[in-house]
Design a protein around this ligand. Structure first.
Ligand SMILES: [Zn+2]
Length: 264
């Protein structure tokens, strides 16, 4: 029998630069580039699905919030870093994308949304609530969202998360075939979603900045912890990630520098 998930491809859609010494306690200053990852999943029956959409090349041109974001988080995004351009290079047209899973709504995850006019969005209930009641600290840049964003959003609530994952967590089985299970990875942003694929790979969004930074992330410095939604939940999510890693799951964070373009 053919596997339900045919492939998972990784795209780096621009990056920001940060100094690890400013983020983590006990860490010496080290500048690091954090690519904004987006993922293309091909399901045998349900076609092409995106997990997040990377930065827009217009990230620097978004008024006060954009300028503040770039000041604290210097970004570099060229037009050919945008996801729609990279997809066109492999022969995928925007209208081929029917589903976009959004981990959360920070600008490095939603920059490409307006390119995909035929797609429905999968979001958690907390994410859509954040969108409806957005505050400055939620970093939601309205100009990157299509006008009909809420109409096209399919909302996943906690009540729907009934599938057991490796005896450790509960998730939502998106296609009812066990191939893609959505998990809540709260703490960084309220209701952040991750996607467990084939019980092998967890697309873990911003639940941590990178595989080598999991232990350091328990001890974030004050200004960096301020932009997290809830540090207690963040640490709880780190505990769950470590558990999944122990059980053999390959964690892939949005800001890991992935050399591999084909994850599956
Ligand atoms: Zn984020």
């Amino acid at each position: 029998m053919q596997p339900a998930i045919k492939s998972v491809k990784y795209f780096s859609c621009g990056y920001c630069t940060n100094n690890l010494g400013r983020v983590f306690k006990g860490m010496r200053g080290e500048k690091r580039k954090f690519p904004a990852g987006a993922f293309l999943i091909e399901h045998a029956k349900h076609g092409l699905i995106l997990f997040d959409t990377g930065y827009s090349a217009n990230i620097c041109k978004t008024g006060f919030v954009g300028r503040a974001y770039n000041f604290f988080n210097p970004t570099l995004v060229e037009e050919n870093d945008e996801l729609k351009y990279q997809l066109s290079k492999i022969g995928t047209r925007p209208e081929d994308i029917k589903t976009i899973i959004l981990s959360h709504l920070h600008p490095d995850h939603i920059g490409g949304l307006r390119s995909f006019g035929k797609a429905n969005f999968i979001v958690s209930k907390e994410t859509i609530n954040t969108y409806k009641n957005r505050r400055i600290r939620d970093l939601i840049m309205q100009r990157f969202f299509p006008a009909d964003f809420e109409d096209r959003a399919n909302v996943i609530s906690d009540k729907m998360m009934v599938t057991e994952v490796l005896g450790a967590l509960k998730g939502y089985d998106l296609f009812n075939d066990g191939s893609l299970i959505l998990l809540k990875l709260g703490g960084h942003a309220s209701g952040q979603l991750g996607a467990l694929i084939d019980n092998k790979i967890l697309l873990a969004a911003d639940s941590c900045w990178g595989n080598d930074l999991i232990d350091l992330s328990y001890h974030m410095k004050f200004p960096a912890s301020l932009i997290q939604d809830n540090m207690r939940e963040y640490r709880n999510t780190l505990d769950n990630l470590k558990l999944l890693k122990k059980k053999g799951i390959n964690l892939v964070f949005s800001h890991d520098a992935n050399n591999k373009k084909e994850l599956l």
